[in-house]
Design a protein around this ligand. Structure first.
Ligand code: HAM
Length: 438
């Protein structure tokens, strides 16, 4: 369509695409509901300030933003977290705690396009407010994992890498770095896997090269892959009360996940620190095991954000799964279901007179909730039967002149390939008995 193509990175959903998307959303909703989360929604367009200095530099450069006709600076939402903090902040006094909320919504980021990354995408966001301890993370990571397993994915397909920005802070401060330097080192750690040593360039530009001995310790720390490794590294750094309290949280979190049978999915991995600026504690990301796709999901604790946005002090943690990498993974594993049939009943019609006789039954069957199709134009019987099979219908109802003259309609069961006459007055109950098997 030449000049009228979609913008780069934007998606159209033809019916078969939308059916797949709906399948994903349906199971996400069912899973979040099973965990006792309540669904909410919010505007797509927000004041630009909501994201400035809150989401982090990277997201800020990716905003779709403009000035509206009233002179307001606005942005299409790049993520839900600041918005949900505002919503919860407004009602924090009256909401029963812990507050467990989820949403399925569309987001916009002006990103470089890659496989599994676009400029608009959907996320399932799930967040818990009012629970400061790792009990919130247990619930969230369990929900994250069940949002995968509900589709038939297993621990062989997906894994969750669990890390801790608190621990990084304590550790780097114990090594003598101040807060701005700690943040810059975490920025480097976030990119290290993809960029290698170049990830430390921004740090060097700001503060001069990072001390080699400290850098070696940072690189060793991000290699840690177990709780035992963590304990060792922290003992070597001098331990201390803060660090041992933190280790107790780690044990509680991993113990809880283990008791839920989720250990096979979860790995300690300090290489994950998350790019977003607001995280304060445990952080995690989910990936496909083969490592072929970008992140499936990401989240963590953000205890300061509600207050930063003008609400009360309110501990918070949550995550988001994106629909793009997730759907790619389902396709790769053959877990996207085939398209559901379009019809339950296909009505085969002889001619104009029979059409009118059929319409009353079509209307009442549809009223009873059956999906009913019929040909809009007069077509040969053979073609109609072909269309009936293609529609996926279980039943063909045949309104021929010969049948109607006898006061009956022919019911053909397209699965068992049997047919029998039913009296015109009993079409609805005959259809019902095929579907209920009674
Ligand atoms: P995020 O890591 O920026 O976190 O995004 C979460 C997921 O959304 C990613 O793992 C990815 O699957 C998907 N995603 C992000 N950007 C794109 C894109 N350009 N194209 C396709 N998919 C994308 C957040 O958004 C946090 N707000 C999550 C959170 C909720 N933290 C606490 N609560």
């Amino acid at each position: 369509m030449g000049a009228f193509q979609t913008l780069p990175g934007f998606r159209e959903f033809f019916p078969e695409d939308l059916a797949r998307r709906n399948h994903v959303f349906r199971l996400w909703r069912r899973t979040a509901n099973a965990f006792g989360f309540s669904e909410y929604d919010a505007p797509v367009l927000e004041p630009l300030d909501l994201y400035r200095a809150k989401s982090g530099d990277e997201i800020e450069t990716q905003l779709f933003s403009f000035t509206d006709k009233g002179g307001r600076e606005v942005a299409l939402r790049p993520e839900m977290t600041p918005t949900v903090c505002r919503l919860v902040g407004e009602r924090a006094g009256t909401l029963k705690r812990p507050i467990k909320w989820y949403s399925i919504a569309e987001f916009y980021r002006y990103e470089r396009m890659q496989k599994g990354r676009g400029r608009c995408f959907f996320q399932l966001n799930a967040d818990i407010f009012g629970e400061p301890g790792p009990e919130a993370e247990i619930e969230l990571i369990a929900l994250l994992i069940q949002s995968f397993t509900a589709f038939g994915l297993t621990a062989e397909d997906v894994w969750v890498r669990l890390s801790d920005r608190n621990l990084w802070f304590f550790y780097l401060e114990a090594l003598g770095l101040d807060e701005p330097r700690v943040r810059a080192v975490l920025g480097a750690v976030d990119k290290f896997e993809r960029m290698g040593d170049d990830a430390f360039k921004p740090y060097a530009e700001k503060f001069g090269p990072l001390d080699e001995a400290i850098k070696a310790k940072v690189l060793a720390f991000l290699q840690i892959k177990s709780l035992a490794g963590l304990e060792q590294a922290l003992a070597a750094a001098g331990g201390g009360e803060r660090l041992s309290a933190r280790l107790a949280d780690w044990k509680k979190l991993l113990g809880g996940l283990d008791a839920m049978g989720l250990s096979p999915f979860v790995t300690v991995d300090l290489g994950v620190v998350r790019g977003l600026a607001y995280y304060t504690g445990f952080v995690f990301e989910a990936f496909d095991r083969k490592g072929e796709l970008r992140a499936l999901a990401g989240g963590g604790r953000y205890d300061d954000l509600v207050a930063k946005l003008g609400g009360p002090e309110l501990p918070a943690a949550g995550f988001a799964i994106g629909d793009m990498t997730f759907s790619l993974l389902l396709e790769q594993r053959g877990l996207m279901p085939p398209l559901a049939p379009a019809a339950d009943v296909y009505v085969v019609i002889g001619g104009q007179k029979e059409r009118e006789a059929a319409f009353a039954d079509i209307a009442s069957l549809r009223g009873a909730g059956y999906r009913v199709e019929y040909p809009m134009k007069e077509v040969a019987f053979g073609k109609q039967f072909k269309a009936a099979v293609e529609s996926g219908a279980r039943i063909a109802l045949i309104y021929g002149s010969e049948e109607l003259a006898r006061g009956v309609v022919k019911l053909r069961d397209l699965r068992s390939r049997t047919e029998h006459d039913v009296s015109k007055a009993e079409v609805a109950s005959a259809v019902r008995s095929v579907f209920t098997g009674q």
